[in-house]
Design a protein around this ligand. Sequence first.
Ligand SMILES: NC(=O)c1ccc[n+]([C@@H]2O[C@H](COP(=O)([O-])OP(=O)(O)OC[C@H]3O[C@@H](n4cnc5c(N)ncnc54)[C@H](O)[C@@H]3O)[C@@H](O)[C@H]2O)c1
Length: 278
Amino acid sequence: MQDFAGKTALVTGAGSGIGLGIAKALAGAGMNLVLADLRPAPLAEARRQIEALGVRALDVPTDVSDPTSVAALAEAAEQAFGKLHVAVNNAGVAMHGTPIEQVTPEEWAWVLGVNVMGVVNGIRSFVPLIRKHGEGGHVVNTASISGFFVREGRNQGAYAATKYAVVALSEALEQEAREAGIGVTVLCPGAVRTSIFDSAATRPDRFGGAYARPAQEAMKTGMLGAGLDPDAVGRRVVQAIRNGEFYLFTHTGERDVVEARHARISAALDAAERSTIR
Ligand SMILES: NC(=O)c1ccc[n+]([C@@H]2O[C@H](COP(=O)([O-])OP(=O)(O)OC[C@H]3O[C@@H](n4cnc5c(N)ncnc54)[C@H](O)[C@@H]3O)[C@@H](O)[C@H]2O)c1
């Protein structure tokens, strides 16, 4: 996609962090914005920031884990702006610091509901809108570098499981939407300075409500303190849409770990070839 000006983009999780950074960068490229987030107050503030960039914006409080809420968001976007060209499925929550044996059923329902079904709900509601006008467009799904390896010592298996799923969903969507001229980018950041480790404070009631996750407190300064500026991530996303990049990494520091995992898989495939058991 090359022409952005005057077209419409929708971003979930736009109330803060990476979503807001992406929304700002898309607005900077001249796009009108539909902003969605669970938290109405930061979302309204995000709309003011986007409007100050000289484009039109709509804020729609949304729970991406709820298909009805996401369908209503898509309808509001269509009513306000007509055609949708870019959809960014970005809303997500953290689940670091708990060994997988101890992640509760409510926590699984929440992290899978937001990080995986939120993307699924977005694909189901937004991609038909992009197909509808026949002009093509682009979908960005926010996964993580944790979609490619499970970080040792962080007890982040549940989170990583959701991000591996987002990578698979994105690979499938790329295959299935290509003929409609719809590109896909799977955004896979390393540490970015955001409020991701505060997400338990706004866990919806149907997943058990707000609670504290002390295991994540140290990660706020340790892991994210030296993280990338979310606005820089936003600018990289716009560049990736323009260039038609599928995998979008923002950090290179963990390259060795990802490549070691790939080498291990490759060695296991070699072992399968050598095996005499058929
Ligand atoms: N910050 C990082 O280091 C990092 C690294 C890799 C991937 N990510 C991913 O980036 C995405 C954005 O996270 P962030 O780091 O900007 O954190 P953030 O907490 O600043 O932003 C996430 C936004 O999503 C919203 N949200 C949470 N649950 C929601 C729901 N059910 N419905 C709608 N909105 C909801 C939150 O209110 C928040 O505004 C997430 O998918 C996260 O997993 C973040």
